[in-house]
Design a protein around this ligand. Structure first.
Ligand code: SAH
Length: 350
């Protein structure tokens, strides 16, 4: 196994058979080496920095019906909300005062937020906080829509591919198109966004072959950001009885992704912190280098439940900011409150 790991370290690549072989023969010892190599690789590009993004969950309305997601449109138990433009700006205001210079606006696929409304919001964020980066995570829209928001000043876009296996994708996303999701990622890249792809670990029916396909897909797309988290079953979805992903398996995939795409920005996800009190710290030690503390108003946090028992739903933004800082520093890293661009993007001077 050591041979394959050395090869991965030297070439940042293994073929599908090699990945599957590696993953199915992992020993505790090899895992420790894998995590160490991933940590060293991330330091080549980003040293010990961990980038902070303030996450604003601005709407939990969704037109989609993803089988795993608590916000799916067929879940009648969700108390739906939309933040107003002022509320979104107030979250940024609070985040900016806490030192954040990178904001992520995330929602379900909510077409009430038209390109006109989102353009206004992005322009206003950029006007008030010109030294900050804006990331969108709002699902699939058409090219013209993505282009308008880029022109309004959005810098980055997160759109996880969820799984690179067409058959698995189709089983989890009734009436959605695998091709369209992948095409969206290419379109976003072409427009000029820093793009984030990514997947869940532990999906029902997911095999080592599927996970190998995820790594090969990422290698091919070379996104600037990669979000990987464990699937956590939600009791109000059709996958309520599923087992879900483990922290250990997710750590392995984070480390593998770091070695396949050495210069990616990779979050230690809230889902990791939900399954394990020190899940995010473990992710940082396995190659992740971004954290996304929540800035949403306390009154809506519980309502944005992609999965249940999400951490930090009762904590003030200032508390989250300091809690995560302590975790980063105690893991041996240092916080970076700047825009946190991908290393190939020179940070624009505000
Ligand atoms: N509507 C946007 C944002 C989705 S929410 C979009 O389509 O991109 C962000 C991510 O949460 C999803 O991409 C998915 O990977 C993850 N997610 C959703 N439900 C989850 C669950 N039950 N467990 C773990 N992660 C989940």
């Amino acid at each position: 196994m050591g041979d394959l790991l050395s090869k991965l370290g030297e070439q940042n690549f293994l073929n599908k058979e090699e990945i599957v072989h590696f993953l199915s023969h992992l020993t505790a010892e090899t895992k420790t080496r894998l995590f160490r190599m991933a940590d060293e690789t991330r330091q080549l590009h980003y040293s010990k920095s961990v980038y902070m993004r303030g996450l604003i969950e601005f709407s939990n309305y969704c037109r989609r019906d993803c089988m795993y997601c608590g916000l799916r449109k067929s879940n009648p138990k969700v108390d739906r909300y939309r933040l107003t433009e002022d509320e979104i700006l107030m979250c940024c205001e609070e985040g900016y005062a806490l030192g954040y210079r990178s904001f992520v606006l995330q929602s379900g696929e909510d077409f009430t937020f038209t390109s006109r409304i989102l353009t206004r919001i992005i322009q206003e964020i950029k006007r008030r906080f010109p030294d900050s980066a804006v990331t969108l995570s709002i699902g699939e829209r058409d090219e013209e829509f993505y282009r308008k928001l880029y022109e309004a000043g959005a810098d980055r876009f997160l759109l996880r591919h969820e799984t690179a296996s067409r058959s698995l994708y189709e089983s989890l996303h009734p009436s959605m198109s695998y091709d369209n999701r992948i095409e969206c990622l290419h379109t976003l890249k072409r427009i000029g966004y820093q793009v984030g792809a990514g997947f869940m670990v532990g999906l029902p029916g997911q095999t080592l072959e599927h996970l190998a396909e995820d790594l090969l897909f990422l290698k091919d797309l070379h996104p600037e950001m990669i979000g990987i988290g464990p699937f956590i079953p939600h009791s109000a979805t059709p996958l309520r009885e599923a087992t879900g992903g483990t922290v250990e398996d997710t750590l392995v995939m984070i480390a593998m992704a770091r070695l396949f795409v050495p210069d990616a920005l990779m979050p230690a996800t809230t889902a990791m912190g939900t399954l394990d009190p020190i899940g995010r710290e473990k992710a940082l030690s396995a190659g992740a280098n971004v954290v996304m503390p929540i800035l949403s108003p306390l009154s809506v946090r519980e309502k944005y439940a992609l999965y249940e028992n999400k951490i930090c739903t009762g904590d003030e933004s200032a508390h989250c900011r300091h809690c995560i800082e302590m975790r980063i520093v105690s893991s041996g890293y240092r916080i970076d409150l700047g825009r946190g661009d991908h290393c190939s993007y020179p940070s624009p001077v505000a």
